[in-house]
Design a protein around this ligand. Structure first.
Ligand SMILES: C[S@@+](CC[C@H](N)C(=O)[O-])C[C@H]1O[C@@H](n2cnc3c(N)ncnc32)[C@H](O)[C@@H]1O
Length: 579
């Protein structure tokens, strides 16, 4: 197997045909053997970075009068290698060959063009370089030490019951309370039997990534412990893009918590996809009593504020379709190319949906989130929405960003982009899996009408008091790291039964058993001799027979070396860019 050669074969038709089948269709839809994970990721990243590569080539041509791809017959291979050199996780081309040699002649000019674009390019290019670089390292983020997050479904059980059951079924040493959110357990990644836990089966607890819990928390706990809804009545909340329903049921749990009243608050859950609303219905039937969630198959953009279902509406949770570029630990991620066109179409839709949410006159609270790390889908959408929506509004009707009090200890905040002040950016929350957040990349914003008095609440969560009452530790970042490390070299499997928005789907169960070791032992990173008519400079090592155990150990060591090299190269590249 030759990763570069196979990647160029898969990429070639995608580069040449505008309206042909997409990457997924080509990779998995034809008669040919499906590509390996490494090939698929390489092509997917190269496609996503195509716009940046073209800009770099354009600048080198203008500044140095050089057409880098002129003598390269296999243009697709040229793009793959340019991606590897400039934006890939190693910032270098592994292996060798004629195309590599052609490209490396211009390495200095190429890097300098990239640095120039990163510093002086238009906002979209700069953002794309930044996120492409972050994104391309998706595959190199190690998530094996991240805890598994389990949300206690307070619609069906209590924290006390869940903790006692977790301690007895999973082992006390594997259970902790998450330090930021109430009712969230952080379970040791070495636990392999979460799906066999009867509380998971009964829906009393939900396997849900930490990042995915932030939106409902922000909306329902934005004012801290001060509850703005009137619990003597039935209040209606809207989840505008709801399926598969993780945030819907979380919101339903939060707005019905500690309520002694007889009637329930209700979440109306919309989704425009018929198939996905069915998944939501199934999920809801397990997780929530009938009256607290009302699933509706409907396009949110076609809803009207005077619809009788929304007469008591006060708050909207908006978690629309996005690129998913923050999701680092799902094999399903990486299918669609984040071309500038796709990002722009997504952000247009996100802006429309956000403006629509803010247009309901009876609504005073909106939480907008994505599982993307692209500014274009996050701060840029928020900034444009604020400008547009406030244009026709006056006084108390004006929308403003506020810090959700329930997340006041969350340290990673939003970015300052055009139209947003530092103070506004500080109201936003981000998760960065590349920088130690131990959860998928995510973004949350919380909009409130100016007329709503600011809560004087200095919110403190109940984690510390619950921890001492229930005799369960509070989670600290990296708490389980040593356990995972301590197992290195042993024949050990880690179930990845979590970590994306569809955490509870059957497909996730199916993909559960993945080894912690890498498949890189099978990967060869050289060009095809035939594609360029020259011999590759790296020869295949002689085949040797080794025991399975030794092969695993070698693969593990190779992975460690690769990661070390990646870190080193990243540092070098960062220094080069700064220079
Ligand atoms: C990111 S997913 C939502 C995930 C969900 N919030 C959760 O946590 O389980 C986005 C959803 O929005 C739905 N969607 C996209 N456009 C929509 C629209 N115009 N109206 C309603 N739903 C829409 C998609 O079908 C998809 O199910």
């Amino acid at each position: 197997m030759n990763t570069y050669r196979d990647s160029s074969k898969l990429l070639a038709p995608l580069l040449s045909k505008k309206n042909g089948p997409g990457l997924k269709a080509l990779a998995f839809g034809g008669k040919n053997k499906a590509p390996t994970k490494a090939v698929f990721a390489c092509v997917s990243h190269t496609l996503r970075c195509r716009g940046v590569i073209d800009s770099v080539l354009g600048r080198v041509s203008a500044e140095n009068n050089v057409d880098v791809l002129k003598d390269i017959r296999d243009r697709a291979l040229g793009y793959v290698l340019l991606y590897e050199l400039l934006l890939g996780p190693y910032k270098s081309i592994r292996g060798g060959g004629g195309v590599k040699r052609s490209i490396m002649k211009h390495e200095k000019d190429l890097r300098s063009a990239l640095s120039h674009l990163a510093a002086h390019g238009d906002a979209a290019t700069k953002n794309h370089i930044e996120t492409s670089t972050e994104d391309s390292s998706n595959s190199s983020v190690s998530t094996s030490h991240w805890p598994k997050y389990v949300r206690v479904n307070t619609l069906k059980t209590s924290l006390e019951t869940a903790v006692a059951s977790a301690q007895s079924f999973l082992g006390s040493e594997n259970v902790s309370l998450h330090n930021v959110l109430d009712n969230l357990l952080a379970i040791s990644p070495t636990v392999n039997n979460l799906y066999e836990w009867d509380l998971v089966k009964s829906g009393e607890v939900v396997i849900q990534d930490l990042s995915s819990c932030l939106t409902a928390a922000a909306l329902a706990g934005g004012e801290g412990t001060t509850k703005w809804w009137d619990n003597s009545k039935t209040n209606v909340f809207l989840d505008a893009c709801a399926a598969p329903g993780n945030k819907t049921t979380h919101l339903a749990a939060l707005v019905n918590q500690a309520s002694s009243k007889k009637t329930s608050n209700k979440v109306v859950a919309l989704d425009r996809s018929g198939d996905r609303i069915k998944i939501l219905q199934k999920r809801v039937s397990l997780l929530a009593p009938g009256e607290v969630v009302e699933p509706v198959h409907l396009d949110f953009l076609k809803t009207e504020s005077n619809d009788s279902r929304f007469s008591k509406l006060k708050a909207i949770l908006l978690d629309p379709s996005c690129s998913g570029s923050g999701i680092v630990n799902s094999p399903d991620r990486g299918g669609e190319e984040d071309t500038p066109e796709r990002l722009s179409s997504l952000s247009n839709f996100q802006l429309l949906a956000l403006l629509h949410s803010l247009s309901f006159p009876q609504v005073d609270y909106v939480a907008y989130s994505t599982c993307s790390i692209n500014d274009e889908e996050n701060e840029a959408v928020v900034s444009k929405a604020l400008q547009e929506v406030n244009e026709g509004l006056e006084g108390g009707e004006v929308w403003e960003l506020r810090k959700p009090l329930v997340l006041n200890t969350w340290t990673r905040r939003g970015k300052v982009v055009e139209g947003l002040t530092e103070e506004q950016a500080a109201c936003l929350c981000r998760c960065n899996p590349f920088d130690g957040d131990e959860t998928n990349g995510f973004f949350v914003s919380y909009f409130v009408r100016a007329k709503v008095p600011k809560s004087g609440d200095l919110y403190t969560n109940s984690v510390a008091s619950n921890s001492s009452a229930l005799k369960v530790p509070v989670y600290k970042a990296g708490m389980f790291k040593d356990r995972v490390r301590g197992d290195k070299g042993k024949k050990k499997k880690v179930k990845s039964d979590q970590h994306n928005d569809n955490d509870n789907s059957n497909s996730n169960k199916r993909k559960a058993e993945t080894t912690t070791t890498t498949n890189s032992k099978k990967t060869k990173w050289t060009e095809d001799t035939k594609t360029d008519g020259q011999k590759p400079s790296v020869q295949k090592p002689p085949a040797t027979k080794m025991s399975k155990k030794a092969a695993k150990k070698n693969a593990y060591k190779a992975k460690q070396r690769e990661q070390k090299l990646a870190r080193l190269n990243k540092k070098k590249a960062d220094v080069a860019v700064k220079k």
